[in-house]
Each structure stands twice: as C-alpha cells, then as structure tokens.
Design a protein around this ligand. Structure first.
Ligand SMILES: Cc1cc2nc3c(=O)[nH]c(=O)nc-3n(C[C@H](O)[C@H](O)[C@H](O)COP(=O)(O)OP(=O)(O)OC[C@H]3O[C@@H](n4cnc5c(N)ncnc54)[C@H](O)[C@@H]3O)c2cc1C
Length: 353
C-alpha cells in the first residue's frame, strides 16, 4: 500500500499552501479533501490582508506582519507555477476605525488622511470628513488564490483525494500512522489537521474549533475602477477587484454549520455600502454567499504538534486565514520537519486548551 510522508486533512488555503511548502522541501504529500479543494471558507473570504494594530489581536501581530511581507513572493510563485493570476492589489486600505479602537492605540491618535487627501484618493466616497487612516495593506482574490494554489500543488506532484471525508486519524502504539475516511484509509507517518471549522470533528483529538458565519455580496462597479482602495468602516467593508467586482462584507455570526444567506442581512450590507459610496446605486448585485470561518475559544489559530506523536494541527485562522497562509505554511513545514520555527508558536499551541 502506498504511503506518504505527510497527509494533510483539508484542502482549503491553509492545507493547500502547506502542501506546496512541504513538497518544495522534498516530502511526498497527500491532501485528503472531503469535497472539492478550496470551496469552503477560503472560497467565501474577502481577501483583505489586514496588518493593523487597530484590528489584529496583539499575540498575532508578528505572524500577521510576517505573512503580509511574504505575500508578494508567495503570490508570485503561485502565479508562475499555476499560470493563473490571483489579483494581488497594492493600492492600500482606507480605514474608518471605531473611536474606541483609536483611543486604545496611541499611534493612531490623529488621522493620517486629511479630508482633501481622502477625497483625492477616493472621489466616490460620500463623506470625507470622518477621521480616516491610510494603511499600506494589500488584498488578494481568495477564490483565484486557492484555485491557483491547488493547481500549483498538483504541478508539484502533491497527490489529492477529493470527495471523501476523513473520520479519524489512525494510531498505532500511540503514534499517528494514517487516516481513515468514509471509504478507505491512507498511510503516512505525519498527519496535519487543516480541516478549518470542522477540525474538531476528526477523532481522536477534540479540537475546540467552531464555525463563525460570514455573509457577503458582490456588486459590479460602474465604472469598473469606481473604487481603488479597500474601504473599512465599523459597519461594512468594500474590497475592489481589478475586473470591476466589488465585494461587500461581512457579518460575524454564531450560527452553527449554516451557510444560508438571509435576504434582510444582505440588504443591510448593501445599504451600508450605498451609504458610503452612493454611486454604487447603479451597481448590480451579482452574487451573495456565506462561509464559515474557523473560530477558536481565544480567536487565535491553533498551530503545532499535538500530544500524539506524528499528529499536527494548523487550523482556527478565524478572520485572517488568507493573510496567514504563507507564514502558516512556512512555520508548520518547519515544525513538521523538526526544525525550530522563526516565530514563537507558544500562544498558538494546541495544548493551551
Ligand atoms: C465571509 C468571510 C470573509 C473573510 N474574509 C477574510 C479576509 O478578508 N482576509 C483573510 O485573511 N481571511 C478572511 N476570512 C477568513 C478565511 O477565509 C479563513 O480563515 C481561511 O479560509 C481558513 O482556511 P482553512 O483552509 O483553514 O479553512 P477552509 O477554507 O474552510 O478549508 C478547510 C477544508 O477542510 C475540508 N474538510 C473539513 N472536514 C474535513 C474532513 N473530515 N475530511 C477532509 N476534508 C475536510 C473542507 O471541505 C474545506 O475544504 C474570511 C472568511 C469568511 C467566511
């Protein structure tokens, strides 16, 4: 029976980018995905690469900054290997943070965009008098990114099993030896659970992941470059894509494993977008959807080795999994190879729960 060095459970952006990192270091890798790779949270995401002390939880700041820095190279390599584009945009973010966040962060006491500068940068904004901050952040198209990462992984000879869920990690004499799925089993000496908000459903290790629902909609801008920057307000965010789409998001709901959208909620998001950019009144809604973020009790990811030798976890990336994919792939590949990662992973240890 064929064996692999590493089996990755879950083909979202976290599992896919880790599979690529491990292949590049020479290991054989199998990704076992219960559906199609990249169709869950990683498909639903907005793709803001948020790296801002006003919003990033302090224990996550160094990983967030490191990952944001890795993005141009990460995206470039994936684009070259896949022959696809991922729409990495570098126009920055205009943020209208809640006042209470500003007071908590001395570095943000004064807005760094005057009303004139704001209306020059984004003439379509209805009101340029609120304190606004320009942040040097990028955005990416998560659907394009996951599709391209899956293609790049296949080109690098990562193996895939799709359409069959892992039910358990198999153990022999206390060590991980493979996985059992609903139809078959696969062998490997190292297993990584990257199953997003479903991670806790795989036995034996009961990880405290939970789904945190996010609803979004997509408009088509007219003209297609009506907005250039990502716009973030306390009520809504707007993410322009280079092809003229504009994503409007997102709710943060404790609603269990429910991916239905609610028309009233979508309307509310739509109205909030129109209030900021009245010219969007002409823009057609082409899609709405909901996805399930992988939440954890402390809203921090779970990264590292479990108490079971050979069994690892990279999950719980909550609102930042697209941002954190490059650094997660790097540090997890280090941990799996038995090397000390460049960053302290103690705050993210699986044993903290
Ligand atoms: C509305 C919304 C907006 C977001 N916006 C942003 C953003 O702007 N920026 C950002 O950085 N992040 C954002 N996120 C968060 C980001 O999407 C997630 O953190 C990230 O996608 C998590 O990736 P993942 O690979 O861990 O999970 P997923 O993409 O959910 O992948 C997990 C995979 O595991 C598979 N799986 C589950 N159980 C099993 C099993 N038993 N066997 C085999 N396979 C299994 C699933 O089918 C799935 O494909 C957003 C999320 C949502 C929902």
């Amino acid at each position: 029976m064929k064996t692999w060095d590493v089996i990755i459970i879950g083909g979202g952006i976290i599992g896919l980018s880790l599979s690529l990192a491990l292949r590049k270091r020479g290991g054989s890798v199998l990704v076992v995905e219960r559906g199609e790779p990249g169709r869950e949270a990683s498909h639903a995401a907005g793709g803001m690469l948020v790296d801002c002390p006003l919003e990033t939880p302090p224990p996550l700041q160094s990983l967030a900054t490191a990952s944001a820095r890795l993005y141009p190279e990460f995206a470039h390599e994936i684009q070259i290997e896949s022959g696809m584009t991922v729409d990495l945009r570098d126009f920055g973010t205009i943020a209208f943070p809640p006042q209470e966040h500003i007071h908590e962060h001395p570095g943000f006491t004064a807005a760094n965009l005057s009303p004139t500068a704001l209306s020059e940068r984004e003439p379509a904004l209805a009101d340029s008098t609120h304190p606004a901050f320009y942040l040097k952040e990028r955005s990416v198209d998560p659907r394009a990114l996951t599709a391209a990462t899956a293609k790049a992984a296949k080109k690098q000879n990562v193996d895939f099993s799709s359409g069959d869920a892992v039910t358990s990690v198999d153990l022999s004499e206390g060590r991980a030896t493979g996985v059992t799925t609903t139809k078959t089993s696969f062998l490997a000496s190292k297993i990584v659970n990257c199953a997003g908000c479903w991670s806790g459903q795989i036995s034996p290790s009961r990880l405290p992941t939970r789904p945190v629902k996010g609803q979004m909609l997509c408009l088509v801008m007219n003209p297609r470059n009506l907005l250039k920057h990502v716009i973030r307000t306390p009520d809504v965010y707007l993410i322009p894509r280079s092809d003229g789409r504009l994503l409007v998001g997102a709710t943060v709901e404790e609603a269990g494993f429910d991916k239905r959208t609610d028309p009233d909620t979508i309307q509310r998001l739509h109205r909030a977008a129109l209030k900021i950019v009245p010219k969007l009144a002409d823009a057609k809604i082409i899609e709405d959807w909901a996805g399930l973020r992988p939440g954890t009790p402390d809203n921090l990811p779970i990264l590292g080795a479990t108490e079971i030798p050979g069994y690892y976890v990279a999950t719980g990336h909550f609102r930042d999994g697209i941002l954190l994919a490059p650094i997660t792939a790097q540090v997890m590949a280090d941990v799996i190879e038995g090397r000390k990662p460049e960053y302290d992973l103690l705050p993210f240890s699986p044993s903290r729960f």
